[in-house]
Every structure is written in structure tokens, then in C-alpha cells.
Design a protein around this ligand. Sequence first.
Ligand code: GLN
Ligand code: ZN
Length: 763
Amino acid sequence: MTQAHNLGFPRIGLKREMKTAVEAYWKGDIERDELERRGAALRRRNWQAQLEAGLDFIPCGDFSWYDHVLDTTVLLGAIPPRFGHGGGAVDLDTCFRMARGRAPSGEPQPACEMTKWFDTNYHYIVPELSEAMEFSVSSDKLFEEYRQARETVGERARPVLPGPLTWLWLGKCAGAGFDRLTLLPKLLPVYGEILSRLKALGAEWVQIDEPILALDLPPAWQGAFERAYHGLQVKDLKLLLTVYFGPLAENLKLACGLPVAGLHVDGVRAEAELSRVSDWLPKHKVLSAGVIDGRNVWRADLERKLEALAPLHRQRGGNLWVAPSCSLLHTPVDLAAETRLDPELKSWLAFSVQKLEEVTLLKRALAGGDDGTAAALEDCRKALASRRASSRVVDPSVRERLENLEPGIDQRHTPYPGRRESQRRRLKLPLLPTTTIGSFPQTAEIRARRRAFKAGELGEDRYHAFLREQIAFAVAKQEEYGLDVLVHGEPERNDMVEYFGERLRGFAFTENGWVQSYGSRCVKPPILYGDVSRPGPMTVEWIAYAQSLTEKPMKGMLTGPVTMLQWSFVRDDQPRADTCLQIALALRDEVTDLERAGIGVIQIDEPALREGLPLRRRDWPGYLEWAVRSFRIAASGVEDHTQIHTHMCYAEFNDIIEHIAALDADVITLETSRSKMELLDAFAGFEYPNEIGPGVYDIHSPNVPTVEEMVALLEKAAEKIPPERLWVNPDCGLKTRQWPEVDAALGRMVEAARRMRAARPGG
Ligand code: GLN
Ligand code: ZN
């Protein structure tokens, strides 16, 4: 019979219990055994919820106190030498030191690198690989959790672990580069031992995740899959190999031919591929169709899903399983916890618990259905019809505007060199102008007042008066430092997407819709459900007030369309490109309103532009086309003399440098100080045409660089970018820093710019 199963459940808990527990442990408020007790209770609740949803197989080993890739690294004993692991079982505090550099016990060490998990907003701890490293089973966590899961859900418990090739692929070579695949022969026996131990504990199936099969894989890696899985045979143990986040494409035959008992594919992102997979996958193997979207919050069209599943079911019978497309790590826990969402909108949504109910409903319907299934399908049909017809979703005025975009809407009046002259005359900036990225410290006081305001304990008048005081304070500080282009400091924003989402039509916010971002950090992405429009100005009042306090240019501060899109749960009833364009138009109105209010410099932040890149290279051009166009539409409503800035903060620009240039921002500020300006090679090599502000102060670190260090960075930058086009600024916003650090850093930064100018003609 068709089985309903799941690949992974959100580990944070409905009330973020994981966060509370682990942070209490880090602070020293609770002991290790209390932490373990809370972890076990949380896991039990998660398993119980999945049992109640009616699943046949329930994942275990998907829980983590920080990150599942880190847990795998620890399981394999791949501990970098600086953490002083002497062999044997790895201590939990060592694990925390790898993740965060410190733990309640042991010496602090530089933490391991962290980066984004495929194209999600989840971050994993990067395995550090070295050529001579050895592996050995070094943690009992997986085995212990399997044992606990068996106690709770019996034989439905199914252990899960990332596969050897995905783990290697995600790793980075420390020191001199070498071929990571050379580690595979040493890794496989350890995987073999893990599988044998799970088998000995009673496992019939093990889920092994190899999402890299949805990437462009070099031939050597494709070949390695064959070798690895032929080597990973454990008698009477069945492997379910899972692939998600995209189509298998050219890896399809490879995946279908691997010696595993079952293959899971992403039936949402690779829906069109399902039938081909079913054709190629031998009939005695299980095909798991991940038809319920694990990456988004919408209720599924179950009848359509059934239509897609029916032929596969006829082909394979019980060897067709049903599941979410990927682990539910990326969706919130339970919609039932939302008490304030509009009931109509709520009826269109499904969080993790609801998605698992959808999975089991599909299973029941495939088996012929029962009274319950007919009613549930009817309920689903009604909800979808309401969503399609709702006036909340479709706004005719937005549609009309989209259909009548004037040609040239994505172009400034004059190319950059001409604009530069107009801007120079208006702004009268010195050589190497100084500025910051937008936010100033979000002090405990700012956060307390915002909380009081949101709770209704502080009236709007008093809250706004307080914000004006904060703005005045930040402006006075910047005058004191001697900066050239000032900012208002963003005291009114807690989050750069939420602030704008709350002021635009088409976005909704949840109370408990948390998803893990990294470690104990969770985010609550807005739900972008309908056509986007701007009921009124969003920032003009604050920026104009700030400008009224100074003679210097005040920089308006907006979050760009791609970042708004990327950091939200986005509607699935139209292409992302269309949604992005709608946001761009709303922002364009804000940009022109700022200009009309006398603001001469406007920054549109796009930190998420690069992470929006599709996983497969062949999909890059399509994405970049609409992403760049959206930015340009937002930015191009202004006169030549208005200077548009953008800001990005991530490390790799090389492969998309032309598209960054195509944004045609007058100025781009970048995170560069940690890479010691090496990043600018891409800009220099490409001869980036407009102005650049490479960060000279790493705002992620509490260390404040000296004037000399900043001058050295600027000199390095000036070798690559002509000084006439160079700006001086920190790496990113200062909201996580303290005022004393900011005072020191910005004072020195201004001094560094002065020394640079003094050493140059025209400076
Ligand atoms: N303007 C934002 C700030 O200064 C930019 C944040 C970001 O790049 N992530 O905080
Ligand atoms: Zn930034």
C-alpha cells in the first residue's frame, strides 16, 4: 500500500522551545541534563504530532541543537584540530564551539564558517576538510534519537542522515585546495558502520539525503555516486535516497539506477519530471513523490495532485509513496497557532502539521477514499476557489498598471556619466565621500519602546516623538563624526522586510510563523499573498524630518524588490517575476516621493540579490533578467541629479558582476573588509563603470580597526578603483553594534578618508 511519510520536521518547536532551551544552556541558566531533558520532550512532541497526522514513516535524527550538517560532521568525527578533540565521542560543547566559537566549557576558538543551505534561508555550518583527515563514528546522537523515536512511534521511526556526497560537496578545503572526492574512500566505511549500527538497532529503512543531485554536477561527482552507493550496501537495510529543491534533469538516469531501495524526488519543483522518473526507476523500487510543497505555506490543490499521482499509482501500486517535497524545516510548525490571521487568508494556508495531513489525505484518496476524504477534498476545493476569486488577491488597479508600463520605465534619463555631473553640482561632495549603510544601534531602549507601542502601552504620538529624538541623536552624532552623506538611522524598523511589508498591501504577518535561520536564530517571513500596492508613503516623514536637521545630504533608505521577495513566503499563483515587478512599482512611487520631498540620495538595499540565483546555471539568465529589471524600475523614476545607491553584503560577485553593473545604481556599497578588498578584483577586472564603496569596517566584529588599517584598505581599493569613484563606508548597517564602538569606528573612518584625500590632488 502507498505509504505517507515525511523527510524532516521543524526542530524549533511551536513556541521556539529549542531556542529557549539552548540559549538558557549557553547562558549557564540550565545544566546539560536539563537541556537534554527538554530536547527529548520536544522531539517526542514532534513525533507525536506526526503520528497523529497519520504518517507511516516518521523521521528521526532530524532534530538538532544547532544544525544537522554540523551534527553529521560531528558524527563522522571530522573535527578541525583547533577544537582540540582527542578522539572518542565528541562533546556537545565542542559542537557549540564549532558553531559559535564558544560554549559553556572549553576555550573559545574561531567558529567554523556558515553559509546558506542551497537556495533556502537556512544556514549550515560548513565542514572543514583537510587532505589527511580521518573519520570515525564519533557521536551517539543519531542512534540515541532513533532509540527514543522507537519508544514513541515504534517501527514507524526512520533515521535520516545527509549522504556522503552531499556532505563532502558542502565542505570546504582548509589550506591548500585538493579534490574533496579523494576523501570518499575514507568516508564510506564510516557511513557503512553507521548504517550497520542503525540496522542492528532495528531499522528497516534509512533515509539518506543527497540534494546535490539537483545541482549541475561535474562528471567526477556523478561517477562517485555510483561507486559510493555500490559500496554502501548493508544486508537487509533499505535506503531511501532523497533529492529535493529541483529537477534531477541530467542526473535522472544516474539517480534511478543507483542501488537503493527507494528514491524521493521533489514533485513540486520538478513536477514535470515525475513521470519520467517513474519510467526509469525499476518497478520494484519505491518512488516517493514529494508533491506537497515543503518550501512554502500554501494549501495544496489536492485534486490536481491526485491527478498527477494517479498514473504513477497505477504503474507502481504500493511502491508509490507520498511526502512533502523536502524537509519541513523551511515552513512554520502549525497554522492552528495563528489566532489573529484573517480567517479567509488562513483558509488558504498550510503549515507543517497541515501539510502532513495533506500527505495522508492523498494516501487515503489513492487507496480509494473514504467518507472523510471526500469531505476534505471538498473543503480544499472551496478554499482554493475562494483564493482564486478573492478581491484581496487580485487588485485591478495593480493589474492595469502592470499592463500599461511605459517603455523606458526601467531606464534613467541619462547614462551614468551625465548623471554624475548633475549629482556633483547638486551634492558638492568631497573626493572619497563618507557615508554609512543605514542603521544605527538598535538599543535596548529602542526595542523596549517599540514593544510597548506594539502592545498598545505607548501611544503613537509619544512613540513617534521618541523616534524623532533618536533620529536627531543619530544626525547629531554623524555631524560630529564629520560624515558627508548622512542617514536617519532606521530606529523605526526592527526588520528591513517586515517594516515595508507592514506598509504595503498584499503582505500578511503571522504570530508564530517562525522558521529556523541558523542555530537558535529564527525568522518570521511575511506572507505575500496578493497584488502589491502602496497605500501611502512609507518612509518620507522620517527621512524628511532627518533632512530638516542638517545641511548635509540625507540618504533615503529602502529595501529593494528582490530582497522583499526573497525574504518572504511568496504567492504561488503567479510567477515570482510578476510579484517582484509589483513590489518594484510600489517602491518606485516611494522613491519619487522621497525625491519630491527634497531628498537627493536614495539607497535601495538588495542584500538578497545574489542568493536569489537559481540552483542550476541554465536558470540564471532568466532570473537575473527580471531581478535586474525590477530594481531598475524601482530606481529609475528620478531625475539625473538624484543619486541612487544600492547595498549588498555577501562574498561572491565574480559570476554576476555584469548584472550588478546592469542595476545602474550610481553608487554601490559592499561588504569587503573581511576579504581584504580581494573582492574588488571582480569590479576592477570588469571595469565597473559607476561608483563603489567597499566596506572598510567589519561590522560583524566587536573589534574597531585603526585609522591606519582603514587607510591601508582604502589604498588597496584605490589601486583597483579610480579614487574619483571611490566611497568610504562600513561593510553593512550598524544596528547590532554599541554606540561606543560606532563612535570610535566612524570617527576613525572619517579620519582615514581625510588622510586619503590629503595625499591626492583634488582632495
Ligand atoms: N540598510 C540596512 C541596514 O543598514 C541594510 C541591511 C543589510 O544589508 N542587510 O541595516
Ligand atoms: Zn549589508
